[in-house]
Write a protein of this length. Structure first.
Length: 348
């Protein structure tokens, strides 16, 4: 994986495109937009539309992806980047950090920021940290993608929407469109969403559909300022291999323990040594109770062995090299309620 270039200080970006979409009442463009969702253009044609026929000045900007937990933010980020940079699982609160994914298309560099789901139900130190990460991410970006499920808007969505600044353009991304049987059924819901926030654009889509994902580049590009790129053109994330190792291990824990293990388990990297294409990694899985420790280890240590094997295989694919991985499990009672412990484990 390429090492990240040192970030350059960005000038303050323009907060709106040249021709913003101003929504007042019911937008007559909604019906036309819906009629285009099943169009025949291939995804690569949409990317090609960004390719300049004449040399254009570079564009670069930061785009925050926000929404309630488990709405598909990390899935969208990985699809946009074309590589896994943010872990996913069915468990809420899987994403706990500000994850940056970078994609450069033609003259434009898109810097996407995946954020934790905004927490509204448990006011412990860990959740306060996650919410600070979300609020920090949306305070100084060029564009916000507010992600909800198509035809759904609940109290948790409303609480996230209330945190969005009004001076930064926001796109409503209605995800999981593939679950809507008749596309026309979404039009009344989209009309109701216009009354909740002055969104710049409305994008019904599925983060699992390549063509829909590719459309996002041409939609987002016009909101990004003309300025030099922040990262090298082949960069995909600003996170280190050490960070990604901890995240991949944590993903395997969540996926292999299902709903039995509380979300408060975490992973601490104790050793990360590089020797050419070889990585020697030692990590501690931290849980809050002895019973949780048993869930992670499993009968005869089989669960922990499987976690280590799947994490090692994914890490070897990521670095295109060999990985030696050692895992331990320790109990730190109440760590998620301790501000000091939360900070010591790398949370903001």
């Amino acid at each position: 994986m390429n090492k990240p270039a040192a970030p350059k200080k960005r000038p303050k970006a323009a907060r709106s495109p040249a021709d913003p979409v101003v929504v007042e009442g019911v937008n007559p463009d909604l019906e036309a937009m819906l009629s285009q969702l099943g169009g025949p253009r291939a995804a690569h044609q949409e990317v090609a539309a960004l390719a300049p026929t004449v040399e254009l000045p570079p564009r670069c900007g930061t785009i925050a992806i926000v929404g309630r937990p488990n709405v598909g933010k990390s899935t969208l980020l990985n699809a946009l980047i074309g590589q896994k940079v943010s872990i996913t699982s069915r468990k809420a609160q899987t994403t706990r950090h500000r994850i940056t994914g970078i994609r450069t298309v033609a003259a434009t560099q898109f810097v996407f920021v995946d954020t934790p789901g905004f927490q509204t139900r448990h006011a412990n130190a860990l959740n306060r940290s996650l919410n600070r990460t979300v609020l920090g991410a949306v305070s100084d970006v060029d564009l916000i993608i507010f992600m909800v499920e198509a035809n759904r808007f609940g109290p948790d969505d409303a609480k996230v929407l209330a945190q969005l600044p009004t001076d930064i353009p926001a796109i409503l991304l209605a995800n999981k469109l593939d679950l809507i049987h008749r596309r026309g059924d979404i039009a009344p819901w989209l009309a109701s969403m216009q009354e909740r926030h002055p969104f710049a654009e409305y994008v019904p889509m599925s983060a699992k559909t390549a063509r829909d994902v590719t459309r996002m580049f041409s939609i987002c590009e016009k909101y990004l300022p003309e300025q030099p790129w922040i990262y090298a053109g082949d960069e995909m994330t600003d996170k280190s291999e050490r960070f990604l190792a901890a995240e991949i291990i944590r993903e395997k824990i969540f996926r292999l323990t299902g709903d039995e293990l509380p979300y408060t388990s975490t992973v601490v990297i104790d050793k990360f040594e590089e020797d050419g294409n070889l990585r020697r990694i030692a990590a501690t899985i931290v849980v809050e109770r002895d019973g949780h420790k048993g869930m992670v280890i499993g009968e005869g240590g089989e669960k922990l062995k499987r976690i280590g094997t799947e994490a090692r295989h994914e890490l070897e694919h990521l670095i295109n090299g060999k990985v030696f991985l050692e895992l331990w499990v320790k109990v730190k009672s109440g760590w998620a309620d301790s501000e000091a412990r939360v900070r010591s484990f790398g949370y903001e």
